[in-house]
Ligand binder design. Structure first.
Ligand code: UGA
Length: 447
């Protein structure tokens, strides 16, 4: 009989995972503790902007015309426990307030709510990003609190999906990593992932700590690449070099590779910043803090870029205070193709200039609602052109395709001054200059 799958937590990760499991042919039940989320999902609506996710969901949510009906949602733990053979835990692990460590309360409470309902053999699979050592602790908790005892097993299966590519990354992962303690767990997970494995996704079997560490080390490596190139950008600024050319040239060495070497205002979002901090905090608890002190530098190089962008803007406006200056900000989300503004470098730069007296007007293709609720005192415009109208300087802070396709001549007519600063090294400098703009990109003082 086909496996029945449950997904606990229906944020980015959970909603995508649930829809993907239904797409792979399984009967799926999703649970969340927020009633509004469940109501939306039952109607086939996705609580965030993620390309392709709504279509995928609507193809499977029960009750939607023409759907397979394989995907249902509940808020009832007993129903979930009865239904599933394999339970994926996809709740978030944010940074703890006032600390570097991550907040495990959602994971802990999900496991505590699920455990009493595991009456027969079941596999609980953690997907959330957690401090190394958590799986060991949670496995012991399950064995003690589930009526099924040792038959309620745990596995750890970290997730590597990127926002903006969540559907593709979930259906066609570049690797599947499973931390398991029994052949039975491995066999069940091979069954769950049979389709992507047949298509060629590598399936890596490890112990618990390795599986947990794979996730945090992957995100730390990505953060390191970005901060490395941003450090080179600082040197280019000091020497007149061009960081975009530098990245291209070192990237041809395939040991280095060209990806994740785009200099600019740095990384943000709900993952990279908090994951490197939680990793440092955990290393400290384990007495291995020296091994990760370099991440402190990665974090500070990253945070420094936001301030550098503010200072570059000040310079281009003549060096004085921002008072009375109109600043157009293109982009509010932490990256394109997402509506996520969590720890967004773009919004941080916009906020700093605003708090120093500048009149900031922001436009973002998808992040306006989230930006407004996080930073209600900023000015907002309905289009890039409206944001630029009357501006003394234009800042390009999130590299949406829409911004690359703007007509610099048309924007030039609307702006008070034709000065544009590219904080993402993604605009076509020549096209802007031809239209009469003074163009300046981070890490490319002469270009
Ligand atoms: C990241 C990882 O890439 C995923 O593999 C991982 O699963 C996910 O975190 C997670 O832990 O859940 P994501 O947060 O969606 O995914 O964002 P990224 O695509 O990694 O981008 C992060 C930030 O780095 C963005 O602000 C982006 O603008 C910035 N970035 C990226 C650069 O500044 N330069 C680059 O060259 C690349």
């Amino acid at each position: 009989m086909a496996l029945k799958i449950t997904v606990i937590g229906t944020g980015y990760l959970g909603a995508t995972h649930a829809a993907a499991m239904a797409e792979l042919g399984f009967e799926v039940m999703g649970l969340d503790v927020v009633p509004e989320k469940i109501d939306k999902l039952r109607r086939g609506e996705v609580p965030m902007y993620e390309p392709g996710l709504e279509e995928l969901l609507r193809r499977h949510v029960a009750g939607i015309e023409g759907s397979t009906g394989r995907l249902r949602f509940t808020m009832d733990w007993a129903e979930l426990g009865d239904f599933g053979d394999v339970h994926f835990v996809c709740v978030n692990t944010p940074q703890r307030h006032g600390e570097y460590a991550c907040d495990m309360s959602y994971v802990d409470s999900a496991i505590a709510s699920l455990a009493p309902h595991l009456k027969g053999p079941a596999l609980v699979v953690g997907k959330s990003t957690v401090p190394v050592g958590s799986a060991d602790r949670l496995a012991a908790y399950l064995a003690e609190h589930a009526p099924a005892g040792a038959d309620a097993e745990l596995a750890w299966n970290p997730e590597f999906l990127r926002e903006g590519f969540a559907v593709q990354d979930t259906l066609h992962p570049d690797r599947i990593v499973v931390g398991v303690r029994s052949e039975r767990s491995e066999k069940l997970l091979r069954e769950v992932y049979a389709t992507p494995v047949e298509e060629g996704s590598p399936f890596v079997v490890t112990d618990f700590p390795t599986a947990e560490l794979v996730k945090t080390s992957a995100n730390s490596f990505l953060a390191t690449k970005i901060s490395f190139i941003n450090a080179m950008a600082e040197l280019c600024e000091a020497t007149g070099g061009d960081v975009a050319k530098l990245a291209e040239a070192i990237g041809y060495d395939d040991r280095i590779g060209r990806k994740f070497l785009r200099a600019g205002i740095g990384f943000g979002g709900g993952c990279l910043p908090k994951d490197i901090r939680a990793f440092m905090a955990r290393a400290g608890e384990l007495g291995a803090d020296q091994a990760l002190t370099f991440l402190r530098e990665i974090d500070s190089i990253n945070m420094r870029q936001r301030g550098r962008m503010v200072e570059l803007t000040r310079q281009e406006l003549g060096g004085g205070p921002f008072l009375g200056k109109r600043v157009a900000v293109l982009g509010a989300t932490f990256k394109p193709d997402s509506d996520d503004v969590r720890d967004s470098p773009a919004l941080n730069v916009a906020g700093q200039i605003h708090l120093q007296g500048g009149q900031v007007t922001v436009y973002d293709p998808k992040g306006m609602d989230n930006a407004r609720s996080l930073f209600p005192t900023l000015g907002y415009a309905d289009s890039a052109l409206e944001a630029v109208r009357g501006a003394h300087v234009v800042l390009h802070l999130t590299e949406w395709r829409e911004f690359r396709e703007l007509d610099p001549a048309e924007l030039g007519e609307a702006a008070a001054e034709r000065v544009v600063l590219d904080g993402r090294n993604a605009l076509d400098a020549e096209a802007w200059r031809r239209a009469g703009w003074r163009f300046r990109a981070m890490g490319r003082p002469g270009a």
